[in-house]
Design a protein around this ligand. Structure first.
Ligand code: GBH
Length: 450
């Protein structure tokens, strides 16, 4: 047979924002330096058996000391933006009270280095590293944490707001609620199941209060990074579709609708939240300049089964109103996640259909995959497929303004430790040497030509 014709080149509108993402706890290291306080992840990782490979986030990629080298990698890659996170315990070591100027100095240097390299800084104010002092008194289960988060946000905006124009409040409050407080696989390791829901409300409130704090300092370009994915019913039986609808409610709608529509999607769920929430919803739904989506994969859900099921690496207790089912017939990433690019098109179209004019312009704030190796054709195929799926959604009228790859560097992949490598750049964890992968060179070409 004749060889397949080469695929059409990827083309994106002029001004489309290309970026890569990281987070503080996953790359910085230097956990005891310059007055940084401990985070809930430091504490969690120090507990026996929490991290798969027995590692901890004390050094990770040592970005705190090597940020100049990493900024040079960003410049060479040619991306217009870099999404990183600011570590709350560096800036306010106890989570509340005194601001640590030396902690802010680091981000000051990073922002200046980025701007000098022609890369726009896009800080996320919270990517799961709650100050341990706040976690010890309940963390996001408590309303005060949202207020302390807003005060910290103000301190960051006061220092960086003359040079940073685009901000992200929270990363994936859904995962912190589910994995951190619900199932216990992430810090702080609580297993509260549905009693974790106050952590969702307080993060959403923290988001709203942070938006207020940023607006008060003149910010005009604010978003959030929420994780979303289509939920596929295991069959069209009423039991399976009902279970899938519930999961969709919990992971997608619970975190999108308070922000976009100013209400919780379901009365039963709202009853589990610390009420009354009506005034909070006004704060939470203050208009955003754009809405960030982290997309990894769809989830297939069926009616509950009698046996406990494994999900996200944890044994689920019996009695939940849904059960995850395997998505078969798809390639899998190193992590075992199914590769389903067209579900990104489906997700974006469903957001457009559900939220219409209430949905501001969208940015894909994370998308990526774990594979080993410096030659990584699987990652290239993954990113290429997802960019084409994104383009399809844009051609169908979804207003998408940017796309950020997770991640610039191999890094500390939470409960997996260093075993899962998401980077465009390989990190040798003994020498800390950085080596750009084939996917880095591929993305550089895409960005240059798109
Ligand atoms: C993000 O979360 C985080 O923001 C980031 O810090 C992290 O490093 C990155 O992604 C990679 O993990 O078992 O097939 O059902 C990811 C959210 C939720 C995506 C769970 C994968 C499970 C896949 N993840 N989901 S499956």
């Amino acid at each position: 047979p004749a060889p397949a014709p080469p695929p059409a080149p990827l083309r994106f509108p002029r001004g489309f924002l290309w970026g890569v993402s990281t987070s503080a706890a996953q790359i910085e290291g230097a956990v005891d330096e310059d007055g940084r306080g401990p985070s809930a992840w430091d504490t969690f990782a120090a507990g026996a058996g929490r991290i798969k490979d027995g590692s901890d986030p004390r050094v990770t990629t040592d970005h705190y000391h090597r940020y100049r080298e990493d900024v040079a990698l960003l410049k060479e890659l040619g991306v217009g933006a870099y999404r990183f996170s600011v570590a709350w315990p560096r800036v306010v070591p106890d989570g509340r009270g005194a601001v640590n100027a030396a902690g802010l100095d680091f981000y000051d240097r990073l922002v200046d280095a980025l701007l000098a390299a022609g890369v726009a800084p896009v800080p996320t104010l919270f990517h799961w590293d709650t100050p341990q002092a706040l976690e010890a008194s309940g963390g996001w289960l408590r309303r005060e944490t949202a207020e302390h988060f807003a005060a910290y946000t103000d301190a960051v905006a006061a220092r960086l707001g003359d040079r940073v124009t685009r901000w992200i409040t929270l990363n994936e409050p859904a995962e912190l609620t589910l994995l951190g407080y619900g199932l216990g696989q992430h810090a702080p390791g609580r297993q509260l199941l549905f009693d974790a829901l106050p952590a969702a409300h307080h993060q959403l409130l923290g988001h709203g209060l942070a938006v207020q704090a940023l607006r008060a300092r003149g910010a005009t370009d604010i978003g959030i990074a929420n994780s979303h994915g289509p939920t596929w019913p295991a069959s069209d039986s009423p039991a399976d579709t009902e279970a899938a609808a519930f999961y969709d409610l919990l992971l997608n709608r619970l975190f999108a609708e308070p922000i976009l529509l100013g209400r919780y999607p379901d009365d039963e769920i709202a009853a589990l939240l610390p009420g009354p929430v009506a005034d909070d919803l006004k704060t939470i739904s203050a208009p955003l300049d754009w809405y960030g989506i982290n997309y990894y994969q769809p989830t297939k859900i069926g009616a509950p089964t009698t046996e406990a099921t494994d999900f996200l690496g944890v044994r689920l207790p019996p009695g939940l109103p849904f059960a995850p089912r395997e998505i078969t017939g798809r390639p899998r990433t190193g992590f075992g996640w199914p590769v389903v690019p067209e579900a990104l098109t489906e997700l974006l179209l469903s957001f457009r259909d559900r939220y219409g004019a209430a949905l501001p312009p969208v940015m894909i704030t994370e998308n990526g995959c774990a594979y080993d190796g410096i030659e990584d054709p699987e990652r290239i195929a993954f990113l290429d497929g997802h960019l084409r799926a994104l383009r399809t959604a844009m051609d169908a009228g979804v207003d998408v303004r940017g796309y950020f790859v997770w991640s610039l560097l191999d890094n500390f992949e939470w409960a997996e430790g260093f075993g899962q490598r998401f980077g465009l750049v390989h990190v040798d964890y003994t020498t800390l040497r950085r080596t750009p992968k084939a996917s880095y060179r591929w993305l550089r070409g895409v960005v240059a030509e798109a």
